[in-house]
Design a protein around this ligand. Structure first.
Ligand code: NAP
Length: 313
């Protein structure tokens, strides 16, 4: 029986692990399929306090993990597929193992949203279509690439890709960016970036070897359809929360984000079950806000353990 299980090893889960470990609760952190979360696929993190020169996402996450391990956090590589959270003891199941815990912190993050257009799946990963410029950008040295989206992620991806690509075309379905002004301005001003406003991709087209050759695009104002030659297609259109494994055990909104009705923002409707990071927060979605939620979730779990289970009293 564990005192605290934390599912997820992004900024939220690992910060919760630091706090729970420093409270002598020996939290068990379940790592899942993408250890380190989305931050490990981010390039430079320039807005996490304490790093005036910026820090790369992988190093930041790795440092937080080491910090949690130093205070006694335990780590298990496993994927939880179902949960039973109604009782005092929370039961979590993977395909091979059952875990029991007095408190649970869900910090499972979110994954990239896809477009659902023809060619996207067929050419995903290695054949031209990707959701991660940091991971795959270097493969497109000297080539023309396309980025889809108008948020901070799309702008960040486009700017990062200018290091490798000969030209980056950003397709955005509206005529203004959703991204913060500083990112949008950098994109618009960049000599290697061409922004196609009011434009959506309709199909990713393959060459005879099955690799990407072009994307068919449509101007949503004029209805004009054309082909844009490109070897890389980077999708950056937002995220979907990783909460499907919870079934109906915790209330979520219609998009699947876990709802907290408590002023803490981390209590769920279930005693002893807390939430942190992007699986609940679709507004701020920052490393620092995820870390803050992780801290609050761990302190809340610690208090619940003392009050309801007499742990540490
Ligand atoms: P986002 O802000 O939700 O933006 C998603 C973009 O994709 C929007 O421009 C949206 O268009 C477009 N889009 C959505 N579905 C589409 C579809 N089916 N076809 C075409 N376009 C589609 O997501 P995000 O950029 O991933 O950012 C998420 C959060 O993380 C934000 O709060 C952002 O500020 C933050 N973030 C911060 C940084 C940073 O500070 N360095 C970096 C990355 C992300 P519309 O605009 O028309 O809705």
């Amino acid at each position: 029986m564990e005192n605290v299980i934390i599912i997820g090893t992004g900024c939220a889960g690992l910060t919760a692990a630091i706090y729970a470990a420093r409270a002598n609760l020996e939290p068990l952190v379940i790592e899942g399929t993408q250890p380190g979360g989305q931050l490990t696929t981010t390039s430079e993190v320039e807005n996490f306090p304490g790093f005036p020169e910026g820090i790369d996402g992988f190093t930041l996450t790795d440092n937080i993990r080491k910090q949690a391990a130093r205070f006694g956090a335990k780590f298990a590589s496993d994927e939880i597929v179902s949960v039973d959270l109604k009782g005092d003891i929370k039961v979590l199941k993977s395909s091979t193992k059952t875990y029991e815990t007095r408190t649970l912190i869900v910090a499972t993050g979110a994954r990239p949203r896809l477009l659902g257009i023809p060619g996207e799946k067929e050419m995903f990963g290695g054949k031209g279509v990707t959701t991660c410029a940091t991971c795959d950008g270097a493969f497109y040295r000297g080539m023309d690439v396309v980025v889809v989206g108008g948020g901070d992620s799309a702008c960040e991806e486009a700017l990062f890709l200018t290091r490798f690509a000969s030209k980056v075309t950003v397709l955005h379905r509206r005529d203004e960016f959703r991204a913060s002004k500083i990112m949008a301005d950098r994109v618009v001003a960049h000599e290697k970036i061409d922004v196609r406003w009011n434009t959506v991709p309709e199909e990713v087209l393959a060459d005879e070897t099955g690799n990407m050759r072009a994307v068919r695009i449509k101007d949503v104002i004029t209805g004009e359809v054309s082909e844009l030659e490109s070897k890389g297609f980077f999708i950056a259109i937002g995220h979907i929360p990783n909460t499907h494994f919870l079934g109906d055990e915790i209330p979520t909104d219609e998009e699947g984000y876990i709802v907290s009705n408590h002023s803490s923002g981390v209590h769920t409707d279930l005693e002893g079950v807390y939430v942190a990071g992007d699986c609940s927060d679709h507004v701020y979605r920052q490393a620092i806000t995820a870390a803050g939620m992780g801290c609050r979730a761990a302190i809340s779990a610690e208090r619940h353990l003392a009050e309801a289970h007499g742990v540490g009293v």
